[in-house]
Ligand binder design. Structure first.
Ligand SMILES: Nc1nc2c(ncn2[C@@H]2O[C@H](COP(=O)(O)OP(=O)(O)OP(=O)(O)O)[C@@H](O)[C@H]2O)c(=O)[nH]1
Ligand SMILES: [Mg+2]
Length: 604
C-alpha cells in the first residue's frame, strides 16, 4: 500500500510511514483487511478528485492513511472550559496544547505517536506543512485563529508518548456552548471521525444540554466512552458526589446504557506533578487497556464507517449530477427553483419561529416570575421568624465563629423553605418546556417531510425529530449555599467580626444573617426560571443549527449539480454525453463498494 501522496517525509513520521508496517498494532490478518479497506478509500478519493469534491477526497485520503497505519481517534469532548486540553496535556505529560480561562481551542487537534516531537498543519486549500511546536497555538487557539479563520483542515502533533504507541490518537476538540458558535460547529463536524471518546464533565453544572446531545450522538456511533469529572480539586467531596450521581442519572436515562464509572481527577494537579493522584492511574490504565484490547476493532469499525459514509456521500453526489444531466434542462431548472423556494421558505419558517418562540419564552418567563414573587411573599415572614428563633438559641461565641453559626442557620432555614417549592415548580417547568419542545419538533418534522417530498436523500438527515429525546432532559436543582458569603475568606472581615464579638455586638451579625437569608431565598427561587430559559434557548439554538446545516448541504449539492449540468449543456451534446459516461462509470465503481465491503467484513 502506498502512502498518502500528500504526506511530507520527515524524521518524526518515520515510526509511522503510512505502510502500516512499522509501529503498527495490526496483525497480518487485520493488516490485509485494513489494506483492502484503505484501497477502497483511495478509490473513493480518486473518484472524488475526478468530480472536484476536495472535501470527500481529503477525508478519504486521511482515513485510508490512518486505517493502513492502525490509528484510531479517542476524542476529548465536553463543554468549553472543562479542562479538555489540560487533560490531554497531562496524559501526554507536556503542556503542548494551549489552555486558558477564556474559550481556547478552535480547531480539532490530533495527538499521535512520533519518535520525536513535531507538528504539521493542512489548510483547506493545500498540502501538509511542517510547523514548529511553538506555532501550534497560532492555528488552534481562538485568540490567534478566531473561528478557524485561517481555514485549518487538520492539525497533527507528534508526541513520543507510550500511551499512543499502539495506534491510539487523542483528539482535542473545541468546547461546546461558548459564545463562539463556530467552536461547537467544528466539534460537531468532527463527530464522524470519532472512534472512542473521553467525555469531560464538571461539578457545576455537571452536564449541559448540548453536551448531552453530543454524547448521545457519539454514543450511537461508538461503544467506548470514558467519563471523567475534572477539576476535582475545586469542589468539596459532597459536591463531587452530588455531581457524579446527577450526571450518571442523566446520562443513563438519555443514552439508555449503564455508565459504569466516572473518574474523579484534576488535570491541573496532574500536569503540575502534584502528589495528589485521585483516580488518575485508573484513568490511564483504562486508556491503555482500550488501546490494547479494542484497538484493532476500533480501527476496523472506523474503516467500515468511513467507507460507508464517504461512498454513500459520493454516490449521492454522482446521482444528483446524473439526474441533473439526464432530466430535461427545464425540469432541472424548475427543480432547483423549487429547492431554492423551499430553502427560502425554511429560512422564513426559522425567522417566524424565532419570533413566535421568543414571545412564548417571554410569556413563560413572566408566569414563572409571578409564581416566584408569590412564593417569596408567602414565605418571607415564616422564614424570618424561624431564623430569629434559631439565632436566639445560638451561644454568643467569638465573632467569626458566631458568624459561621448564624450563616449556617440562614442556609438551613432557606433550604427548608426553598427545596420543596423548587421540587413542585420543577413539575410545572417540565410541562411548560415539553409544550415548547413539541412545537420545535413539529416545525422540524414539517421541514423534513418537505425535504423528503423532493426525493432528496441527505447525509445524516434524521427521520424525525423527537420532542422527548432530542431536547434537553429534566433538570435537577441543588440548593446553592453561597459558601463564599457564609464563610468569607477576607482577613478584614475576620478582624471586624472579632471586634464585634468582643464588644458583644452580635446583633450586627444577626442582621447579616437575615440579609443572607433573603439572598438565599431570592437566588435559589430564581433558578427555575433561569433554568427554563436556558433550556429553551439551548434547544432552539440546537434545532436552528441542525436545520441550517441541512439547508447548506441541500443547497450545496443541488447548486453544484446544476452548475455542472449548465456548463455541460452549454458546451454541447458531446460534453453532456461524456459527463454522463463518467458519472455512469463512477456509479458502477461505487455501487459494489458497499457490497464488497460487507463481504469483507463477513469474511473477517
Ligand atoms: N483547578 C483546576 N483548574 C483546571 C483543571 N483543569 C483545567 N483547569 C483550568 O481550567 C481552565 C480551562 O482549561 P482548558 O484546558 O483550556 O479547558 P478546555 O476544556 O480545553 O477549554 P476550551 O478549549 O475553551 O473548550 C484553564 O485555566 C485550566 O488551567 C483542574 O483539574 N483543576
Ligand atoms: Mg481546549
Amino acid at each position: 500500500m502506498s502512502s498518502d501522496p500528500q504526506r511530507s517525509d520527515t524524521a518524526h513520521l518515520a515510526a509511522s510511514d503510512g505502510s502500516g508496517a512499522s509501529g503498527s498494532p495490526l496483525d497480518s490478518g487485520s493488516r490485509s483487511i485494513a489494506g483492502e479497506e484503505a484501497a477502497m478509500l483511495l478509490l473513493i478519493a480518486s473518484l472524488a478528485e475526478q468530480f472536484n469534491d476536495h472535501q470527500i477526497r481529503d477525508d478519504a485520503r486521511s482515513a485510508a492513511e490512518r486505517i493502513a497505519e492502525g490509528r484510531f481517534y479517542v476524542a476529548c469532548v465536553g463543554q468549553f472550559k472543562r479542562g479538555k486540553s489540560t487533560l490531554l496535556n497531562a496524559l501526554i505529560g507536556e503542556p503542548i496544547l494551549p489552555s486558558g480561562v477564556v474559550p481556547v481551542t478552535s480547531v480539532p487537534t490530533i495527538l499521535r505517536f512520533g519518535e520525536d516531537y513535531g507538528a504539521r498543519v493542512r489548510l483547506d486549500s493545500g498540502e501538509w506543512t511542517e510547523i514548529a511546536m511553538a506555532e501550534i497555538e497560532q492555528y488552534v487557539s481562538e485568540t490567534q485563529n478566531p473561528q478557524n479563520s485561517k481555514g485549518v483542515a487538520a492539525l497533527e502533533v507528534f508526541v513520543p508518548s507510550p500511551l499512543l504507541a499502539e495506534g491510539m490518537c487523542f483528539v482535542d476538540t473545541p468546547g461546546l456552548g461558548s459564545v463562539f458558535a463556530g467552536n461547537t460547529a467544528a466539534t460537531h463536524a468532527f463527530i464522524p471521525h470519532i472512534d472512542a471518546a473521553i467525555v469531560v464533565i464538571g461539578a457545576d453544572p455537571p452536564i449541559a444540554g448540548d453536551e448531552l446531545a453530543l454524547v448521545e450522538t457519539v454514543s450511537k456511533q461508538v461503544p467506548d466512552l470514558l467519563f471523567v469529572l475534572n477539576k476535582a480539586d475545586r469542589v468539596t467531596e459532597a459536591e463531587r458526589t452530588a455531581a457524579i450521581s446527577f450526571a450518571r442519572h442523566v446520562l443513563e436515562t438519555r443514552l439508555r446504557r449503564p455508565i459504569p464509572y466516572i473518574f474523579e481527577i484534576s488535570a491541573l494537579e496532574q500536569l503540575a506533578r502534584s502528589s495528589s493522584q485521585r483516580e488518575w492511574a485508573r484513568l490511564v490504565d483504562s486508556l491503555a487497556l482500550l488501546a490494547q484490547q479494542s484497538g484493532h476493532q476500533l480501527v476496523r469499525d472506523a474503516a467500515d464507517r468511513c467507507v460507508r459514509r464517504l461512498s454513500s456521500q459520493l454516490f449521492r453526489m454522482v446521482k444528483e449530477e446524473r439526474d441533473a444531466l439526464t432530466r430535461p434542462f427545464e425540469e432541472s431548472e424548475r427543480r432547483i427553483g423549487q429547492l431554492r423556494q423551499m430553502v427560502a421558505h425554511a429560512e422564513q419558517c426559522l425567522n417566524d419561529l424565532a419570533h413566535l418562540l421568543s414571545g412564548e419564552q417571554q410569556r413563560l418567563s413572566n408566569t414563572f416570575a409571578d409564581r416566584r414573587h408569590l412564593f417569596l411573599k408567602s414565605v418571607h415572614e415564616a422564614a424570618h421568624r424561624e431564623l430569629d428563633e434559631a439565632l436566639k438559641s445560638l451561644p454568643q461565641t467569638a465573632g467569626p465563629r458566631y458568624r459561621r453559626s448564624a450563616m449556617k442557620a440562614a442556609q438551613d432555614v432557606g433550604r427548608l423553605h426553598v427545596m420543596p417549592w423548587l421540587e413542585s415548580e420543577k413539575g410545572h417547568a417540565e410541562e411548560a418546556y415539553r409544550r415548547i419542545a413539541r412545537r420545535f419538533a413539529d416545525l422540524a418534522n414539517d421541514f423534513l417531510s418537505r425535504v423528503r417530498s423532493f426525493g432528496i436523500e441527505l447525509a445524516y438527515l434524521p427521520k424525525e425529530v423527537n420532542a422527548e429525546q432530542d431536547f434537553r432532559t429534566r433538570s435537577a436543582f441543588r440548593f446553592y449555599e453561597f459558601i463564599e458569603v457564609a464563610m468569607p475568606a477576607s482577613p478584614v472581615r475576620y478582624v471586624a467580626d472579632l471586634v464585634l464579638g468582643s464588644i458583644r455586638a452580635h446583633a450586627a451579625l444577626d442582621a447579616d444573617a437575615r440579609e443572607f437569608l433573603d439572598l438565599l431565598l431570592q437566588t435559589n427561587s430564581e433558578r427555575v426560571r433561569n433554568d427554563l430559559e436556558q433550556r429553551v434557548t439551548e434547544s432552539r439554538r440546537h434545532l436552528e443549527a441542525e436545520i441550517r446545516s441541512m439547508l447548506r448541504e441541500l443547497n450545496g449539492v443541488a447548486e453544484r449539480a446544476l452548475t455542472r449540468a449548465r456548463s455541460a449543456h452549454a458546451t454541447g451534446s458531446i460534453a453532456v454525453d461524456s459527463s454522463l459516461k463518467r458519472l455512469a462509470d463512477a456509479e458502477t465503481e461505487l455501487a459494489p463498494l458497499t457490497g464488497a465491503h460487507a463481504a469483507l467484513m463477513e469474511r473477517s
